[in-house]
Every structure is written in C-alpha cells, then in structure tokens.
Design a protein around this ligand. Structure first.
Ligand SMILES: [Zn+2]
Length: 539
C-alpha cells in the first residue's frame, strides 16, 4: 500500500541533528510525525494528489528550537506592555511617576499598576524614591514598581494597605520594610521577603493567559516549538502556574510544547502528582530544579577561590552539600531528573560531587540531570560532566552581557574557563541552550550568534570574549534542539529530524551554514511546525 504524506519539505540544507552538517533532501510528514527523511527520489512513494510539496530551495530546515530554560509565565507578564510598564530609561523620580500616570490612564481596567526597571543610580538626584508622588497621582489604585535589579520595590500607600503593612509591621525574614523618620512607611520594600507578597497580589491581578498568548505567538514567530519552564518567580506558585498551562492546553491555546520543572524539595508528593497530571505531548512534567548559589555580579555566586575584586568573599552555597545530596538522593530514588542552578566554579564542583555521591549509592540511572548556567568551571571538573552523565544547560547570550565586568570579578586565570562551552563539548558533554527568558528575549538566533562569536551584536570585544571557548554553528544548533530535548527526556521524539519523531520543524529564510555571523542575527523564521501543525508561516 502506498504511504501518504500530508506534506513534504524539500531543501538542499536540512540539519537533522544526526551530524553537525546539513544534508540535501526532503522530509515527509504525516499526521503529527515525520514519516521519511532522505533524498527527493525516495519521496515519490509518499506523494499523492493530496500531498503538499514545498520546495525551500537552499533555505535551512532545522528541528524546532527548544528553549531549555525559561520563566515563561512571569516572563510573559513582565514583558507584556499592557501589564508591565517599562521604566528602564527613566531619568528621574518625576518622570517615572508621570509615566505611571499615563499608563494608568491608558489602562483603566488594570486593577494594579505594575512596572519595572527604575534605577535611581542613573537619576541626577540619585535619591531613592518614596510613595508621596505616587500617592498624589494614584490615591486609590495600588502601584507596584520593581527596580532594575529586582532587589527593591517601590509601592504606594494603597498597595501597602492592601497587603496590610503599617508602621508597626516587623521586618520579615529576608526582607526590609523602610520607614520615614516619623515612623510611617516610605513605600520602599527591599528583598523578596518584604516585596514578594505584594508582587504576588499585583501579578495575580494581571491577565496571565493574555500575556502567555502573546509570548506563545512570539515563540512561534522565532521557531521555538518547546519551552523548558523552570521556577515561576514573582511570588507565583508553581501549582497555580502549572494549572494555567493545563487550562490553556484544554482550550487548545498551547501552540508550543511546555516542559514543566518543579522545585526540588524533600517531600516529593507534589512532584509525583505533577508527573501523573501533566503527561501529554504538549504539557509534560519533566523534573525538578533547585538554586544552589547566587550570581557573580553581586558576589553571591559560589567560587572555589575568592573574587578577584573582593578577596574577602568567594560567595556562598544556598544549600549545604549534605542537604543537597539528600535531596538528589530522594529524587533519584523516585526517578526524577534534577537541574541545579550553579553559577560559580565552587557551586559547579559541589553539584558534581553531590551527583557523584548519589550515583555511588544508587548506581548510574538513566536520569538526565543537568547543571544550569555554569558561568565558571574549574578545568579539573570539565570531564566530570560526561563521566557522570550530567548535562550542561547554558544561556549563551549571558556570555556577552558584562564582558569587562566579568574579568574584574574572576581575573585572568579563571576567565579561561568562563562559559567553557568548547571544553565541555570536547569532553563529550551534552549541551542544552536556553535564554533564561525574560532576562533575554526568545529569539534563538541571538544565542546561536553569541555562542559562535562570543561578541556583542556590535562586535565587542574584538576577536571575541574568551574566543577559544566558542563553538561551531552545528554544535550551537544541536544545543538548541537535541540538548534541551534530552534535558526534558524527549530526545527519542524531539530535537532531531528522524523517522518516527514528532514533526516539530522550522524553515529559516537562509542557509546559516553559508551565512556570515552577522547575518545570523537578521535571520527570520519562515515556517514553524509543531506536531505536523503549522503555527507560524511566511512561506
Ligand atoms: Zn533562570
């Protein structure tokens, strides 16, 4: 019997993910699966009157991009211009307040006014703002404005009333509520312990589904067919976030696939429930995640040796090695993958030690554990990733964000293994790329460009930042397709263009393999397909 293909995509450049170079040929799709990959001649048996044959010329066809590390709901909300007012470029308290007023007038139905990005350090006054001006323009509507570094919130009187803070409220754990000299609250809340409860109210007042729809559309536009959703942030609860995705799936609104990661805790009751509840092709529970250190910029990332610009500190671990080993042991025993946020080389080593300790007791299981970020890694630890079967989950756009500052933080010697992608891949490590959205936007071309050039879009620094750690285009594409699928336990169905896989396919507007690095940034996605369904098309 003749086999029927719904569609066949033909190109002289198809990156299947099975090698690091593209091939000349075609892909046949029937229903939600790939049914054939090969030469155009071999496609004849799949073509009938109802088959759509699309000749893409030399445009590159790749597996759907998979953004391995996103805070998707929070990110979609804080990037939704109808929910979150951007204050990054404001140059004074008065300008912020003026914009708040304009935004409030334009969005009369928003129950809260939510904004982010203010930075008093760049204002001429350099004075920390207070609630007075906000109270004057919005006495009856709560306002929540997050600072650029997300460590401080500026709120008005109404917001303080709604959360029930007053002059007698004691400071909360990991948080400070600031007062005027007369004892009244100033409207400044520092650190999550103080502002998360307020932020949660504000975020919950927003239309999360509307924001998610916008950014799912954005994902489709950029060819992102899967998203690895980690920590909810913003005071959101993972349970609630997961349920919103579930509702959206039932309403047929999940265009890209969402892979859920919950918080790694001692009690795995929730995780077991998630695994039962979220196990469809579009929405699937994929494992657990834990933060183990901070970030280098604030000297909270945990290094093996002190910071170069502050020899008094090497940062610290947020969880003891004993606790972490026990947490991984439990998860491992129950068959859950674990992803660990490790920025500094000390945190990376600690995570590898913990994974190793668990393997000594439980044996090596087929669990796809990962370390996230890996801004720095001691040379002696590079080979341990592959040896222990630990994936390196990295966000290449972070490489080029603070290159000069990074040298000051870690010094010349450690710089050699900063974002050590080349060394990790050469040592046989599986690499998974992501954006850390909303820290970075969803466009995979930016990350691919950064991983290859290790330069800003303007070409800085000349020659690239620690250029010997740069990787090839083929490796970068694989890290944006196969690697994340591996983290999500879906590598047998996603991440490569192979017969039997789900048809998550992207057609780009050029062949990246013959393009200059700069042209990567200008690349557009002509078609995005998820499970045989076209969710974005400019073909
Ligand atoms: Zn993150």
């Amino acid at each position: 019997m003749k086999k029927h293909a719904d569609s066949i995509y033909v190109s002289s450049a198809i990156f299947t993910g099975n090698s690091l170079e593209p091939m000349n040929g075609a892909i046949a799709i029937a229903g939600d699966r790939i049914i054939a990959v090969g030469s155009m001649d071999s496609m004849n048996e799949y073509i009938d009157d109802n088959t759509k044959v699309v000749d893409c010329g030399d445009k590159l066809i790749v597996p759907g991009f998979n953004d391995s590390h996103v805070h998707f709901m929070y990110g979609s909300m804080v990037r939704d211009e109808d929910f979150c007012l951007s204050l990054y470029d404001c140059t004074s308290e008065e300008e912020c307040v003026k914009r708040v007023k304009e935004f409030a007038d334009k969005h009369p139905n928003n129950p809260w006014i939510f904004g982010s990005g203010w930075n008093h350090n760049i204002w001429p006054s350099a004075k920390v703002p207070d609630r007075h001006l906000l109270d004057k323009i919005l006495p009856d509507k709560p306002v929540y404005l997050s600072s650029w570094d997300i460590h401080t919130a500026w709120v008005n009187k109404k917001a303080l009333e709604l959360i029930g803070y007053d002059r007698n409220t004691p400071n909360l754990e990991n948080g400070f509520i600031e007062h005027f000299p007369d004892g009244e609250l100033s409207g400044i809340l520092r650190e999550p312990g103080a502002f998360d409860p307020v932020q949660k109210l504000a975020i919950q007042s927003g239309d999360s589904k509307a924001a998610l729809r916008k950014y799912l559309k954005e994902a489709a536009k950029y060819g992102v067919t899967s998203l690895g959703n980690v920590q909810p942030y913003g005071g959101l609860e993972e349970k609630e976030v997961f349920e919103v995705y579930k509702e959206m799936e039932e309403e047929g609104l999940l265009t890209s696939r969402i892979h859920l990661f919950g918080e790694l805790k001692k009690d795995l009751t929730d995780a077991k429930e998630y695994a039962k509840k979220y196990c469809s092709k579009k929405l699937c529970f994929a494992g657990l995640k834990k933060i183990t250190d901070g970030i280098c910029e604030s000297h909270t990332g945990y290094l093996l040796e002190p910071y170069t610009d502050d020899p008094m500190t090497k940062g610290e671990l947020q969880v003891t090695p004993e606790e972490l080993t026990e947490l991984i042991m439990n998860a491992d025993s129950e068959g859950f993958n674990v992803r660990l946020h490790c920025i500094g080389d000390g945190a990376v080593r600690n995570a590898l030690d913990c994974f190793e300790a668990v393997q000594k007791v439980n044996g090596r299981k087929n669990l796809h554990n990962a370390i996230e970020h890996i801004e720095n890694c001691h040379p002696e630890d590079i080979a341990r990733f592959a040896k222990l079967g630990v994936i390196a989950s990295m966000q290449p756009m972070h490489i080029i964000q603070n290159t000069d500052e990074y040298l000051k933080l870690v010094g010349k010697k450690r710089l050699e293994t900063t974002w050590p992608m080349r060394d990790l891949i050469d040592a046989g490590t599986i690499m998974a790329f992501g954006t850390d959205f909303p820290v970075i936007g969803l466009n995979p071309m930016e990350g691919i460009y950064a991983a290859i050039t290790r330069q800003t879009f303007e070409g800085y620094p000349e020659g690239g930042f620690v250029k010997n750690q740069s990787i090839t285009l083929g490796e970068a594409l694989k890290a944006y397709t196969y690697g994340p699928a591996y983290v999500e336990n879906c590598e047998n169905e996603l991440g490569t263009l192979n017969v039997g896989n789900l048809a998550d396919i992207v057609v780009l507007d050029k062949n990246l393999f013959t393009a200059k690095p700069k042209e990567i940034l200008e690349t557009k996605v002509l078609m995005t397909m998820v499970g045989g369904e076209v969710i974005h098309s400019e073909l």
